[in-house]
Design a protein around this ligand. Structure first.
Ligand SMILES: [Mg+2]
Length: 349
């Protein structure tokens, strides 16, 4: 099997602010696998160093090791075993890219969409949230207005980045009472800060707060102290044992963080066994990562709106999977869907 690795520098149309910092340049890695019969599959690595703790160089090194291994291998159990060993290196965005590409290839070989191969009964549009990453009240209010007009039922606001109360009040004033507001602190708070902040913000009406603090024990302490606000693990979901013991209400899983479609489905199964609700989100993925999450979602049926409406944040590229009335359709066609490669390289349409 041949593996082609292609680094891209994409850009967001405005800086994206989160508890781990802000970014505007968005490096992505496109992975193209081709089997011995000429079938092709595409995947994407979307490392976010402040989120995954894994940088672009780590991902490229891991992908190069995989490329060398698969180029030498012949099809069969030995290759599958070598790939399984490589996955254990746990450079998750790289594992995700290869997993995605192989899922795409194998489904294309069968002429089926990935969701059908995963056992989903139908490809229904998936409910998603709008993400507001502005750091000032006026911009946040303008984004909230856009989200309301577009028909979103859930809006996510980054917190722990300054003026949280002011921005949230402005957003709620624009949204009215019927649109859910989700918070995401990206682990920026200490336990004491999280407890104080959530108690003071709760009257605004909070659907849930993602990653108020880093760490399982810390999350458990906040959940116990502020039972009126539901919490979700996000970054902490990758901590050892995180999906085996319930410390709060929900878990947010990501294709890039879990090691692809296979990893997301496994993570969701384990999290639900422990009693968590599950939903999916992107790490500012390109359309292949978003499509992979949509296919996985069709199979696992998330319990809450998913954070996958992020392709509109990119500059100079049209969103090939635009949300309509707060939902995104699974792309049509075999594999992950038709026409996604052209977003990365026009010649790949
Ligand atoms: Mg998050």
């Amino acid at each position: 099997m041949n593996v082609h690795i292609d680094s891209l520098r994409t850009r967001l149309s405005a800086p994206f602010f989160a508890g781990w910092g802000s970014i505007q340049d968005r490096p992505l890695v496109l992975v193209r696998v081709e089997d011995f019969d000429g079938h092709v599959g595409l995947g994407e690595a979307a490392p976010l160093p402040g989120y995954h703790g894994v940088g672009g160089d780590d991902v490229l090194e891991a992908l190069e090791a995989c490329r060398t291994m698969l180029a030498r291998a012949s099809p069969g159990p030995a290759t599958a075993h070598a790939l399984a060993e490589w996955r254990r290196l746990a450079v998750m965005p790289a594992v995700a890219a290869v997993d995605m590409a192989i899922c795409d290839l194998e489904s294309r070989r069968l002429g089926q969409p990935v969701w059908r191969r995963l056992g989903a009964g139908a490809a229904e549009p998936l409910e998603v949230n709008y993400t507001i990453a502005a750091s000032d009240r006026a911009s946040a209010a303008a984004e909230a207005s856009a989200a309301r007009t577009a028909g979103f039922g859930c809006v996510k606001v980054k917190v722990g980045i300054g003026d949280d109360a002011g921005r949230l009040a402005a957003v709620r004033a624009v949204l009215g009472p019927d649109v859910a507001i989700r918070l995401d602190a990206n682990g920026a708070w200490s336990v004491d800060e999280a407890v104080a902040s959530l108690r003071s913000l709760a009257p605004v009406g909070i659907e849930l707060c993602e990653e108020p603090v880093r760490g399982l024990e810390q999350t458990r302490q906040v959940a116990t102290a502020v039972p009126e606000v539901a919490l979700a693990l996000d970054e902490t979901a990758s901590a050892a044992g995180a999906l085996e013991e319930r410390v709060c209400q929900a878990v947010c899983l990501k294709v890039a963080g879990c090691g692809g479609i296979t990893g997301v489905l496994d993570g969701a199964r384990r999290a639900r066994s422990a009693g968590y609700e599950v939903y999916l989100a992107s790490t500012l993925d390109g359309p292949l990562g978003i499509a992979a999450a949509l296919h996985a979602a069709a199979a696992l049926q998330p319990d809450r709106p998913c954070g996958l409406a992020t392709l509109g944040l990119f500059a100079d590229r049209e969103d090939p999977l635009p949300p309509r009335a707060g939902r995104i359709e699974i792309p049509s066609g075999p594999g992950l869907g038709d026409g996604l490669g052209g977003w990365y390289r026009p010649e790949l349409v």
